[in-house]
Design a protein around this ligand. Structure first.
Ligand code: WT7
Length: 649
């Protein structure tokens, strides 16, 4: 193999400049300010981060050193002590924020609840005090398996207040997944609810916990929030109702200060194979990363109503529903249920009713909205919105333009934010009001972030060529290790190239130095010597008017290396036919070039996705190759999709 670069095939040239109005009020005023601070952040990182840590965080004990870097282990802000919950709550008390809404919650059935900073602080103190009475101490692990309700945030912040390490398990996961995660970190306590609402039905959370705890010897107690009200089994001595657990406990809790490097949470993230990795984040560096990026990337203002659609079970929910916004004293809008219940306009209806100003969601959701049709959007004004965000996967230019036109009404900047569970906070993103955007590019690095794109030999590739994405410098919110498996941590992230963090993504810089992430490196295919990001083929497919969503995988091919097999779902009103199949193959060839003409296009009713909306290409690969679906599919959202795909060929 001589050609080790990823053939760059995207032909996106549109560029959108920030409006003068937005620019005039932006938190980071000018491109010159960005460039000056960025230069300082990479040339004198200790000076830069030391100053930011003093400005953005409240310390109980000042730190003595900014960074101890013993590759691949970083210690940030050594000697310092602080409390994360205090930074998210207590420090806003006695200020104008005290009686400001911290959380505006809407349940799927339509129940609305608002908690001011003062009220949220009381609930967190009460719950922390009750947990302390139960015997929970610093360093204990606590699993949180809850719906998107305010008590989930209370539980996270109460753990942080006590120095207990939470691991939030997404409410869509099975009992098997709960068991694995709880056993891996040996959690003492599980906090859950009877159930949660999803598309008008109850998700049986407590029943799932009951099935898991049969095989989790570390668990001593289960605390159960009453949310849905259906009958659940309570095991005497082990299980306690949340409302009984806190009844009569005073809402007082003196927070202790913890070392900067005290563990804050473990979050399990699935690799493409093998058991989930327990990504460990610690106290000060993580909090600094999420606090600064929330302020800068979302241009957060005191008057914003901020809505991030991610579940707290994902890192986006940790960093940009809970810790980042609350540390900034923001008003967070939080929604429990599905975006299409009772109708596919639920989000737009809520945005108008609550006056949401910042909206942060994922490309997979945007494509679903597109599929449901523009009429659902057009029923609502969306005039309160001023900024839009995207995260989770490369956003195809088609979806970007739809988001820009239909949701942002051409008025709202879009921040396409590249980051990972492991990075803790946003690493690459436009700064609104400053960075001109291009549909599909996450543009330029945030402060302190040095992305480099290297070929297989570790040599930097020229602009316009693709390669593997690395980060060249440590950053405060970086993962510290994988829980209980430091060897895997080193192997996974730090051995590809000595001294560099390996992100696992394929990417390229364009002529303006903008970063284009094309997807996971294991989604990069070699077709006749060209390395092609599956995302680019998918992007071409969804630019065809008949296509709603597309996934491309490689089928081993003796001649080409990989043959391109594409799975597509169609928009309402489009019909599958052999003619359309040919038209789509020709369309991709026209958009990208003959080298990317799909060898096979298959129509599907649905694509197999994880519960966070990521297409499970591994499964499609197996189907494309004609084999059985093997390996772990417990993270699959809808099992029937796989059966349907298999029966179609
Ligand atoms: C992977 C990380 C970060 C929170 C949600 C996902 C992909 C994420 C983008 C983006 C292109 C993106 C990458 C990354 N990704 N954001 N804006 N553009 N790709 O967290 O589950 O840890 O996944 O998601 O492939 O490595 P995660």
């Amino acid at each position: 193999m001589t050609d080790q670069t990823i053939t760059s095939v995207s032909r996106e040239h549109r560029k959108f400049r920030p409006s003068a109005e937005f620019k005039a009020q932006a938190n980071l005023g000018s491109d010159a300010a960005y460039k000056r601070l960025y230069a300082e952040s990479v040339n004198s990182p200790e000076k830069f981060w030391g100053r930011q840590a003093k400005e953005f965080l409240s310390w109980r004990k000042p730190f003595k050193r900014v960074l101890d870097w013993k590759l691949p282990h970083a210690k940030w802000f050594g000697g310092g002590q602080l409390n994360v919950a205090e930074n998210c709550l207590d420090r806003h008390l006695g200020t104008a924020r005290e009686n400001k809404a911290a959380l505006i919650f809407e349940g799927e059935p339509g129940d609305v609840r608002t908690l001011t900073y003062k009220q949220l602080h009381r609930e967190v103190c009460r719950f922390a005090a009750a947990l302390a009475r139960l015997g929970l101490v610093k360093g204990d692990r606590v699993a949180i398996y809850m719906p998107m309700v305010p008590e989930a945030v209370v539980a996270m912040l109460a753990c942080a207040r006590l120095g207990a390490v939470h691991t939030v398990i997404f409410g869509g996961f099975s009992s098997e997944s709960i068991k694995d995660r709880v056993n891996d970190c040996k959690a003492k306590l599980i906090i859950t609810a009877d159930g949660g609402w999803r598309r008008g039905k109850i998700v049986e959370l407590k029943a799932n916990v009951d099935r898991a705890v049969v095989n989790t010897p570390s668990v001593e107690h289960v605390i159960v929030l009453r949310r849905t009200g259906q009958l659940v089994e309570m095991t005497e001595g082990r299980d306690r109702w949340w409302h009984e657990f806190v009844a009569g406990v005073p809402a007082e809790h003196a927070a202790k200060a913890f070392d900067s490097e005290h563990p804050l949470f473990i979050l399990y993230t699935s690799g493409s194979t093998g058991k989930p990795k327990g990504v460990l984040h610690t106290t000060a560096g993580y909090l600094l990363g999420v606090t600064m990026t929330t302020k800068h990337v979302f241009d957060l203002k005191e008057t914003d109503v901020y809505f991030c659609t991610a579940d707290i079970g994902w890192v986006t929910g940790h960093s940009y529903v809970v810790y980042g916004p609350l540390a900034n004293g923001a008003t967070v809008f939080m929604y429990e249920g599905a975006p299409n219940h009772p109708e596919p306009d639920r989000f737009w209806e809520m945005i108008d009713r609550h006056g949401v100003t910042i909206f942060y969601t994922a490309p997979t959701a945007i494509r679903a909205f597109m599929r449901w049709g523009d009429d659902y959007v057009k029923r609502h004004s969306l005039k309160s919105l001023r900024l839009l965000g995207s995260v989770g996967e490369p956003i195809n230019p088609e979806a970007w333009m739809w988001y820009h036109n239909l949701i942002g009404k051409k008025r709202c900047p879009i921040v396409d934010t590249w980051w990972q569970t492991e990075t803790g906070a946003i690493m690459v993103s436009p700064l609104p009001g400053i960075t001109p955007t291009k549909p599909g590019s996450c543009t330029r690095p945030y402060f302190g972030v040095v992305p480099v794109i290297l070929d297989e030999k570790g040599v930097a590739v020229p602009k316009g060529s693709g390669g593997r994405l690395f980060l060249a410098k440590p950053w405060p919110s970086m993962l510290r290790t994988l829980w209980g498996d430091d060897d895997r941590f080193k192997k996974q992230y730090w051995t590809e190239l000595e001294g560099y963090y390996f992100a696992g993504d394929g990417a390229r810089f364009d002529e303006d130095g903008y970063l284009w992430v094309v997807g996971r490196i294991d989604d990069v295919l070699n077709v006749s010597g060209h390395r092609i990001g599956t995302a680019e083929v998918e992007s071409a497919l969804v630019s065809h008017p008949a296509v709603a969503e597309a996934a491309t995988v490689g089928r081993p091919d003796a001649l080409k290396g990989h043959a391109l097999v594409c799975f597509v779902t169609l928009k309402n009103g489009s019909l599958a036919s052999p003619e359309l199949k040919e038209a789509l193959r020709a369309h991709v060839a026209k958009e990208i070039g003959a080298l990317a003409r799909p060898d096979d296009v298959r129509f599907a009713a649905g694509l197999p996705k994880t519960r966070s909306g990521k297409i499970m290409r591994r499964i499609l690969k197996e189907i494309a190759g004609g084999g059985d679906v093997k390996g772990d599919i417990t993270t699959l959202e809808d099992f029937s999709v796989v059966a349907a795909l298999q029966s179609e060929e």
